[in-house]
Design a protein around this ligand. Structure first.
Ligand code: NAD
Length: 337
């Protein structure tokens, strides 16, 4: 069975090959790796592949899915949890098997979220550079104690809950907003309406998926509701935040700090070395000018444990497709927006 892997980085190849050799030798999965993303311009490379294996910035809209179908591809293996980049309605119509990696080390993303919060709060990124230049002054590095602070968690799924468990250990007061409440959170904090969460939280952290209902859930009006000087954190999907509105809130000093691992238009930037390029995205470049903004390039998932699980589950999903067996990671039209 042939699998065309798109947006493949060296680490994708390493972990997929390791999983294939360790667990799936009897299946003869033959993986071909393409560095570039799957798009209309590159879809021809999937010709003759039984499956494509894609990541967060590969866009599988109707024309791409139709071209894949024409080329004989019947399965889409997402090596991520989010699936906002796949037109599930068209995929269903064409009879595609689409499966994601619903759960893999949620702690990987949760721990990274805490790393961003504490870096931004205690300025460790600036301290690192200062000390290397023998500048031991503390001015400008003042932070706040996490203990006793109120943190609002939007989305108490696997990652949101893992964040809540860690923050409970810090001694934070936890509020959460979710359409579907889970009893596990009751032992950690209190569910409230989104408005109350925004009004009372010193830190707001987003852990809901990107869908029509959540696109720009952080916008001018929700930013207005936030506590003055609060920190906003997004390690979920860039589209949850209206970046222009956030820039305005940073400029007016209403928003105290912003930490993001994801960005609305990240697909043109992230996962590649652009250090010698001129970046055309003025909105992104404006964000980079704020001293109270911390941006990382969608790396919350990037741990050895998570990559091992992602690779194994991706190939396990392929195994379900080949054997026609039940697959709990399979996505259908009803899962879409
Ligand atoms: P999950 O499905 O376990 O949890 C998502 C939660 O969001 C659920 O509890 C759901 O009820 C809730 N939700 C849905 N709609 C909502 C709404 N309108 N308002 C509030 N809550 C809502 O997902 P997860 O595994 O916790 O992952 C969360 C998100 O994290 C994913 O959708 C993905 O986009 C992102 N993610 C990012 C990285 C990274 O590397 N930065 C890695 C993995 C996942």
């Amino acid at each position: 069975m042939k699998i065309a892997v798109f947006s493949a980085q060296p680490y994708d190849k390493r972990f997929l090959e390791e999983a294939n050799t360790r667990l799936f030798t009897n299946h003869n999965f033959e993986l071909t790796y393409h560095v570039f993303p799957l798009a209309q311009e590159t879809v021809a490379l999937a010709q003759g592949s039984d499956a494509v294996c894609v990541f967060v910035n590969d866009y599988l809209d109707a024309p791409v899915l139709e071209a894949l179908h024409k080329g004989g591809t019947r399965a889409v293996l997402l090596r991520c949890a989010g699936f906002n980049n796949v037109d599930l309605e068209t995929a269903d119509k064409l009879g595609f098997f689409v499966a994601r990696v619903a759960a893999y080390s949620p702690e990987a993303v949760a721990e990274f979220t805490i790393a961003l919060i504490q870096t931004l709060n205690r300025h460790t990124h600036r301290a690192y550079n200062r000390v290397r230049e023998s500048n031991f002054s503390l001015d400008g590095l003042l932070g706040f104690t996490m203990h006793g602070k109120t943190v609002g968690i939007v989305g108490t799924g696997k990652i949101g809950l893992a964040v809540a468990r860690i923050l409970k250990g810090f001694g934070c007061r936890l509020l959460a907003y979710d359409l579907y409440k889970v009893p596990e959170f009751d032992a950690l904090g209190k569910y409230v309406e989104l408005e109350k969460l925004l009004e009372e939280s010193d830190i707001v952290t987003l852990h809901c998926p990107l869908m029509d209902a959540t696109r720009h859930i952080i916008n001018k009006s929700t930013l207005d509701r936030m506590k003055p000087g609060a920190m906003l954190v997004n390690t979920s999907r860039g589209g949850l935040i209206d970046t222009d509105a956030v820039i305005a809130a940073l400029k007016s000093r209403k928003l105290g700090a912003l930490a993001i691992d994801v960005y609305e238009n990240e697909s043109a930037l992230f996962y590649h070395d652009r250090s010698a390029d001129i970046i055309d995205d003025d909105v992104f470049q404006r964000l980079m000018t704020f001293p109270n903004v911390l941006v990382s390039g969608h790396q919350g998932f990037f741990t050895i444990e998570a990559l091992t699980q992602i690779s194994e589950i991706t190939l396990r999903n392929m195994e379900c497709f080949v054997n026609g067996t039940e697959c709990s990671n399979r996505l259908h039209r009803k899962d879409g927006t």
